[in-house]
Every structure is written in C-alpha cells, then in structure tokens.
Design a protein around this ligand. Structure first.
Ligand code: NAD
Length: 254
C-alpha cells in the first residue's frame, strides 16, 4: 500500500469502529518540545538519569538530587503546550461512538488539550506524595526539601517508577478496553515498557486492528492486522481524524 492508501484504510477502520483505544507514549509529546525517553538528548530525560532516579532505590539513594530532578521535569512539562496530535485525539472522541485514551505519559498534555478521561498508566507530574501519610501537594506548592510538612515523611513524585506496580484501576480498565476494541491506535511509543506495551497485543488477540503512528518505523506490517503509519503524530493524527470524520459525514448524508 502507498502511504495515501494506508491513511485511507486507517481512516476507514476508524470510521467503521464502534470502540477505539488510543494508546500514547512520549512521542505524542515530542512536538510539544518534551524529549522522548529514548531519543532525549538534553540529559534530563536520558536513560542514565532514568536509571538513577526513576526506580525506588535510586530515588532514595539520591533523594535531594532526585527530588530536584523531578521538580525540573514537572516545571518543564508545565511550560510545554499541547500539540496538534493531542488536539486531534480530543476531536476523535466526537468521531467514534466509544473511545478510551490510555497514556504512558506523565505530562498531563492530553488533559490540557481537553481530553476529559485519561487512563494514566505511569502516574503524573502534577503532584508529590508523602510516602508515609499519602498526603499530596502540587509541585508548585511543594517544599524545597523532599520532606512532608505534615509528618516529616519522604516526598516522592506521583509517578510509577521502574519496578513499581501500575495503578490497578487504570491498568484493568485499559486492558479491558484493549481486549474488546475494534481499533487500537498506538501513537509515539517504542512499546518497550512492560506491561503497558502488552496493550496492542491484547487488542490483536481480541481481533482488533492496530494502527501504529511513529516516525521511526517502516511501512512493513509486523502482523496481518497491524497497519503502520510512518510519520510524526502532529502531522498524521489530525489528517487521520479529518479523514475518518469526512467518511462518517459522507455516510450520514448519503
Ligand atoms: P519512548 O521514549 O521509549 O519512545 C518514544 C517513541 O516515540 C519512539 O518510538 C519514537 O520513535 C517515537 N516518536 C518520536 N517522535 C515522534 C513523533 N513526533 N510522533 C510520533 N512518534 C514519535 O517512550 P515510551 O514508549 O512512552 O516509554 C518511555 C517511558 O518514559 C514511558 O513510561 C513514559 O512514562 C516516560 N516518559 C514520558 C514522557 C512524557 O510524559 N512526555 C517523556 C519521556 C518519557
């Protein structure tokens, strides 16, 4: 298939679907200026830093430095703006009868674009939480030191660190949606972080089509129901949603 044919085929799948899952990763926010985990070059999001600070033992061992590192990340995402891919995903909700948005991202850009229900599999950078008393405070009001002002416990970001369990409710809901959807659109994820990366597979096992939007893939399908769309999310997602909406409108009028 040419890229034009692939896009039209993907749009037709979406227009015909009763239930769509959109599954996003760091790549959906790349065009908002937030480096992805694996492609980040600014050091802040580098794999080395992730390994030092993004697991519970590393966090404790480097407490003040790690706390400040997360604060810098929280400030970075707060100053970023949603891009056209986030906006297109909001619009997609109006095009399909049922849509579930599942993200591995912690930047809240889907919510800031207008998505109301977002299943966050890896937490968020909105708040810090006390490890002892579980009280929460937004990063903008967090103390300079990682010490709870209420009980003196250790403050930590509300993100899922490597080796920690995913929030059960969000994961169960995401898995159920993936298993029963007609189409899962994977946008900007390297699908290397388990168990989130199992969602496209759950969709395939359930008989769904999986559309993959990523600039670093080729156009060769890895499975008969996988449709790769090589390209940037900020360009492809608005195009895809526009085409799917046009198909539905044409059907309604004719
Ligand atoms: P990843 O960094 O492993 O992979 C990002 C993927 O996005 C790559 O495959 C890359 O080719 C693709 N990509 C790059 N630019 C793109 C674009 N413009 N459009 C579409 N795709 C693009 O990210 P991941 O798979 O989400 O896993 C990394 C983990 O790190 C996640 O758990 C996430 O919580 C965390 N993380 C989050 C953010 C964020 O919240 N914005 C940023 C970095 C890392």
């Amino acid at each position: 298939m040419t890229s034009e044919e692939s896009l039209e085929f993907a749009a037709a799948l979406i227009a015909d679907a009763r239930s769509v899952v959109v599954f996003t990763g760091a790549g959906v926010s790349a065009e908002s200026g937030i480096p992805t985990y694996r492609t980040g070059t600014d050091g802040l999001w580098s794999a080395q830093n992730m390994q030092r600070f993004a697991n519970p033992a590393g966090y404790r061992a480097n407490l003040l430095e790690a706390y400040q590192w997360y604060r810098a990340r929280a400030e970075g995402v707060a100053s970023a703006q949603p891009n056209s891919a986030h906006v297109a995903i909001v619009e997609l909700e109006r095009v399909v009868p049922r849509m579930t948005l599942v993200t591995q991202n912690i930047d809240s850009l889907h919510q800031r674009a207008g998505s109301r229900e977002v299943l966050e599999l890896h937490g968020n950078l909105r708040c810090v939480r006390c490890d002892a008393c579980s009280s929460r405070v937004p990063w903008t009001e967090a103390p300079a030191d990682p010490c709870c002002t209420g009980c003196g416990g250790m403050l930590r970001p509300e993100v899922v660190m490597f080796g920690e369990l995913l929030p059960e409710q969000a994961y169960v809901a995401a898995h159920a949606a993936a298993e029963s959807c007609d189409v899962l659109i994977s946008v900007g994820t390297s699908s290397q972080v388990f168990p989130a990366s199992g969602l496209p597979l759950a969709a395939l096992v359930g008989g769904a089509w999986v559309i993959v939007v990523n600039p670093e893939i080729d156009g060769q399908p890895t499975h008969e129901q996988v449709l790769p769309l090589p390209g940037a999310a900020g360009q492809l997602m608005p195009d895809l949603v526009r085409r799917a909406a046009a198909r539905k409108a044409a059907r309604a009028h004719g």
